[in-house]
Design a protein around this ligand. Sequence first.
Ligand code: AMP
Length: 194
Amino acid sequence: MAQIKSLCIYCGSKAGTNPAHRALAVDVGTGVANRGWTLVYGGGGIGLMTVAADAALTAGGKVIGAIPTHLANSEIRHVGLSELILTDSMHERKAAMFDRADAFAVLPGGLGTLDEFFEILTWRQIGLHDKPVIVVDNDKYWAPLEQLVDQVIGEGFASDSAHELFSVVDGAEAMFEALAAAPDPTIGPRPDRI
Ligand code: AMP
């Protein structure tokens, strides 16, 4: 089984309109802290992301944020984190988050969250990593995303094995169960998944 010590979450810089998403973020942040894991995220002090970060901190967890200096004001860098990494670019931010994470969870979010999901997914597709990627659905928010990936596969623009690149679960408990059951990352490229 994969040895998870840190979980990177991708989620909204807005909180959204469905209060259930806020509750999910609290459960994820609290659950990460209760397991003694480190929460890694984009370092902002706004939106769903800070709900999860604050929940982890409140539960006594370690939280690492990574934010580019040009966003540190607009996304209001979180000032209470265990560690805040300031980067020169989005690329460095994403690399800093990637390096510190054993697994990735995609919570409800907007276009930036989609960008982050597809980047980490396609990095796995081309064999740059083999860390678990879990889409955490809530009130069917991500159902259209699953349909989109099915469409891409169905029309022959990705292989069936693209389904193995990520899993979709419903809620925080299912996410932790999926992470507990995730196999050890395979070291090295997996061209069979391309
Ligand atoms: P959003 O889901 O749009 O609220 O954004 C969530 C996070 O994704 C924010 O911290 C954004 O800074 C970040 N993000 C990552 N990549 C991008 C990108 N290419 N464009 C916009 N935001 C991004």
